[in-house]
Each structure stands twice: as C-alpha cells, then as structure tokens.
Design a protein around this ligand. Structure first.
Ligand code: 3UK
Length: 547
C-alpha cells in the first residue's frame, strides 16, 4: 500500500513549516491505512470546523456543550469563545498558521476553547499537564520551538520560570487574570466570528508529548484528520456515544486519552462534557451524582478507588465507563460490575497512535482481555525477529491503521516503527477468536528462575484478595533467581498489615494462578507511585526493591 506523503508546500495552509520540516523521514513512517469507509475524509479539513462549527450550522447551537469552572456553555457559547481567542491569536498576537501554541491549565471549558481556537487559526496546539515544572516545560518549549503560550493565571509561575531561558517564547497571555493584556481583556475586544483557516487534512494540528519516564520527551505529531479518525474509530464503533450523553473523567486534556475522551468524542456527536479541575476518585463519584454524568473516562486504578468511594452516592446515571492507560485487571472489572452493573470498556491506546486501537463493545467484552482491533486497525503479535506468532504465544504487539507514530525530530522513530507497523512496547497474546490479551510492558516482564512472569497477572490475583486496595508486582534483583516476584500492596483502610496476612495473600495467589508465579516478597505501602497520567511507576518500585 502506498504511504501517504507529508502535506506538500502547495496544499498546506501552514506558512510556518516547522512541523512539516521535522516530520520523520518518509521511509520510517508507519503505514497509514485509510481504506475503512469511516476514514474517507476530504483533502482539506479543519478539525475545529467539523467538531464545532458544524453543529451551529445544523441548528444544534443551543445544545449543552461544556460544563465546568462554574459555567455551562452551549455549542454557540463555545464557538463565540473560540472565535474570540482565534481573533486574539491572529490579529493581536501575530500567530501565523503552523506556529506552536503551548496551552497550560487544568481541565476547564476555557482550556478546551483554547485548544479549538488554536486549531481553527491553523496553529499547532501543545497541551501541557498542570503538574509539569519549569524544567519539563523548558524541554517542551525548546523541542517544539514554541512561540506563543496561553495559560490559566493560576499555573503561570512554572511557565514564567521556564520562559526566562526560552527566548523563542515571545508571547505569553494568561486568563482568569486582571489587566488590559490578559486574555480575558483581549477577548472582550474581539468579535465573536472568525473564518477558520483552510487547513489540509494532513496539516499538523497538535504535538502530544509522551509521559515517558526517561530521556528527552518525545513529541508525537498528529494532523487534523487524526483528530477525527479517533472519533470515527474507537468512539463511533466501540463506545457509541449519543448526543444526550454527558461525559466526565479525570485524564488531563494535555494527555490524548483526555483530549479524545473528554473533548473530541463528545463534540463529534453533539454531546456534552463535564470538565473537572479536580477529579480524584471521590470527586469523580460526587460529580457523576450531582451532574448525572452518563459516560466516565479514567484509569483502572481510579475505577478501583471509586468503588471505595461509592458508599451512599447514586451513580445510576452512568451508562458507560472507559478504562485506559494501563491494563484493566479482571478483578477490578468484576468488582466494578458487581457494584454498579456496568461492564467497563477496557482499551489500549498510545500517544503515538493518538487514542485507543484495541477494545471491545460491552456485549463483546471478555473480562481480562483488552479486546479486538478497532475497525480500520490491524494488529499482530511478533516474535523477537519480527515474525508473526500463532495464537496463544506471547510476543510484541504491532499495530497499524488510520493513525500512527510520527515523532518530532527523533531518532527513536526507527524503534517505534518497523516495516510500517507501530511497535507499542507491550507484550501481548492473541487467542483463536482474535481477542488480544495484555501480558506486560515488554520491559516489565519478570524473569525469575527461568520463568517468564507477567507482573499484571500476579497483580490481578493479589487484587482479588479482600484485604487489598491496590497492588503492583515487579521483579526485584535476586542473586539466586535473577529476579524475585515482589508485590507492593496497599491495604484497605480498616486492615492491619501482618506476616500472617502476607502469607494469606501468598496462599490466595497460589490457589488462583500457577503457584510458581506467587509473590515471594510482599512489601506494605501507604500509596503506590503513579505518573500524572495514572500509570503505576513500576521502575520506581524496582529501584526501591533493589535498595
Ligand atoms: C499502556 C495499556 C494495557 C501500554 C493512552 C488511551 O496510555 C495512553 O498513552 P501513553 O502514551 O501510553 C501507552 C502505553 O500505555 N496502556 C495503555 N492502555 C492500556 N496497557 N491495557 C490498556 N488498556 O503500555 C501502551 O503502550 O501514555 C491510552 C488513549 C490515549 C492514550 N494516549
């Protein structure tokens, strides 16, 4: 199949060609497969027009769109904000199509409006997680050569500190701020209409930095078409939301899990989204009850914690829950089902592929499996030499489809993409019925006394013990076995740790999976280290276990 080439100068709307110039070499691209009818898009496409303006044109402008920060905006309200911001960017702040705009805020309607305004003005949005510090922001500012930044005033300090050594960032405006130069004041002086820049479908729309644990952050380039492809892939085919839905959840809009699940998916179907600045599991439970949210989007550990916070709260409005970021243990899926009657939709996504590419509709879910490929994607399990393995064998997951990995100027492109396939770094097996079963991150497989042990399988067994709230299983160095299967366990609040309990948990595991996999070491913890995207930081536990 021919690989589409990067948008050429002649049809790109970008006057600033930075993103195009820093796309990976064409021979290192993944194959982009648009053959499924859902992904037949025109050559010219501005995602903000399709997601927002379309609804006002078709008479849906008065419908509820975004709720958050004490306000409710209709589609028309959001469009007016987006247009004012786009006018500020292009008329007052000198934005040229193709310039990169850093966005920094908790999840709020204003953050969503800034994203869409950058897209509409032909800029490239670079969202940043609220918890990032100056050093991390500096790396992003430099790598993406960012010229403009829009920031919630509450979060400006770290950005200002980063800016001191990033002269390329010439324009920084804050909202929720006083003064004639605040974004609020600038918006008030601009009209509420704006003609969208006529971008090519393949013009870059955003750079998503991965939440990687080591090394320089990797910037994933995604175009306007990609933003729609995830809506017309996982969301339309698996999640199947309706205009009457109210989405809610925790992932930051700067994380593509949150951007898709809390902004793009609801807008694609004319639904509404509740954007919460604080979305801890108990806050999420309360928000679902108060706002009668119908779709929840969060990480598996958060669903488990929500169970503990359910007491007395009515979450019966919920009709769907999406779990991603890490494998959803069967134990958590079953416990959530028992408590709510909802079968959570697990799905594996990646920043490199923008969103979820393997998942299953509720009626097809096999708890414990991730699911089947999302229509339009293909996936296989490969051996060490890159040859496809038969069903039942554990190997490396390879995937391709309408979206794929294009790192911004990064030699690691050649590692993630081989022969047109994206290699996610996950160990998987596929069964006879073409369900994909997650085993571990390839570097999280534990090799103990010559056995390959997948930490998550042991975690799932530990999690079914009634005393356990959270658990992470890693291999810690051991002179005899190579690695020792070690479980870091957070107990439920009313339970006390004891050697007898450790032994009971070990026996419980031996009774539920092959005994050689049981955790020989159990360490009690009050909490487990997690990334801002809700992933367990197993490498930290390995380090802790090694010392
Ligand atoms: C792991 C999963 C098992 C897996 C993401 C949904 O997580 C997202 O993107 P990241 O770039 O990380 C990608 C890696 O995370 N993973 C994610 N989901 C699952 N492992 N089961 C799952 N359901 O190792 C993958 O390679 O942070 C998730 C949507 C958008 C995203 N960016």
């Amino acid at each position: 199949m021919a690989r589409p080439q990067p948008a050429t100068m002649s049809h790109s709307a970008h006057l600033d060609s930075f993103a195009r110039d820093h796309l990976p070499p064409a021979d290192t691209w993944p194959e982009i497969d648009l053959s499924h009818p859902n992904y037949a898009y025109p050559e010219r496409l501005n995602a903000a027009v399709e997601l927002l303006d379309r609804w006002i044109e078709t008479g849906h402008g008065a419908a509820r769109c975004l709720i958050g920060a004490g306000a409710t905006w209709s589609y028309r309200d959001l469009q007016a904000r987006v247009n004012r911001i786009a006018n500020v960017l292009t008329r007052e702040l000198g934005l040229v199509p193709g310039n990169r705009v850093l966005l920094r805020s908790a999840n709020t309607p204003m953050m969503a409006a800034c994203y869409l305004a950058v897209l509409k003005a032909g800029g490239i949005a670079v969202g940043t997680m609220p918890l990032l510090r100056a050093g991390e922001l500096k790396a992003i500012l430099r790598k993406a050569e960012i010229s403009h930044a829009l920031c919630d005033a509450a979060l400006k300090e770290e950005l200002e500190a980063a800016r001191a050594s990033c002269p390329g960032l010439t324009v920084l405006r804050t909202w929720n701020a006083e003064g004639a130069e605040s974004l609020d004041a600038l918006m008030a002086r601009q009209p509420a209409d704006f003609d969208a820049v006529d971008t090519a479908a393949e013009d870059i729309s955003l750079i998503a930095f991965t939440s990687g644990t080591t090394g320089e952050p990797k910037g994933c380039l995604h175009n306007h078409r990609d933003l729609l492809a995830i809506c017309d892939g996982f969301s339309r085919e698996v999640l199947r939301p309706e205009a009457s839905d109210l989405f809610c959840g925790s992932p930051p809009l700067a994380f593509t899990f949150g951007l898709g699940g809390l902004l793009l998916f609801p807008l694609r179907v004319g639904a509404a989204s509740l954007l919460l600045e604080k979305a801890s599991p108990p806050e999420l439970v309360k928000a679902i009850e108060v706002h009668k949210a119908t779709i929840c989007v969060t990480a598996p550990t958060a669903y488990r914690a929500m169970l503990a916070a359910l007491g007395g709260h009515d979450v019966s409005s919920l009709r769907k829950g999406v779990s991603a970021g890490e494998a959803l243990p069967k134990a958590t899926s079953d416990a959530f089902f028992d408590a709510t009657g909802l079968r959570l939709i697990d799905g594996i996504g990646a920043t490199e592929l923008l969103h979820i590419f393997i998942s299953a509709r509720e009626e097809e879910i096999r708890p414990g499996a991730t699911g089947k490929v999302v229509p339009g994607y293909s996936a296989r399990v490969l051996d060490e030499d890159g040859r496809p393995l038969p069903p039942g064998r554990v190997g490396r997951l390879a995937v391709k489809g309408p979206t794929g990995c294009r790192y911004l100027a990064d030699a690691r492109q050649r590692k993630y993409v081989r022969d047109g396939w994206n290699l996610t770094g996950d160990a998987y097996l596929v069964d006879e019925e073409v369900y994909f079963w997650f085993q571990a991150r390839a570097d999280d497989m534990i090799v103990s006394s010559g056995y390959n042990i997948a930490g998550p399988e042991v975690e799932n067994a530990v999690l079914t013990h009634p005393a356990v709230a959270e658990c992470a299983v890693v291999g810690t160095p051991d002179p005899e076995r190579g690695a020792l299967v070690t479980a870091f366990v957070v107990l439920k609040p009313e339970v006390k740790a004891s050697p007898a309990l450790a032994e009971a948990i070990q026996d419980h595991v031996k009774a539920s999976i092959a005994p050689y996999k049981y955790p020989r070491e159990i360490e009690w913890r009050d909490a487990l280290p997690k990334t801002q995207t809700g992933k367990l930081q197993r490498f930290r536990l390995r380090e802790a276990g090694a010392s």
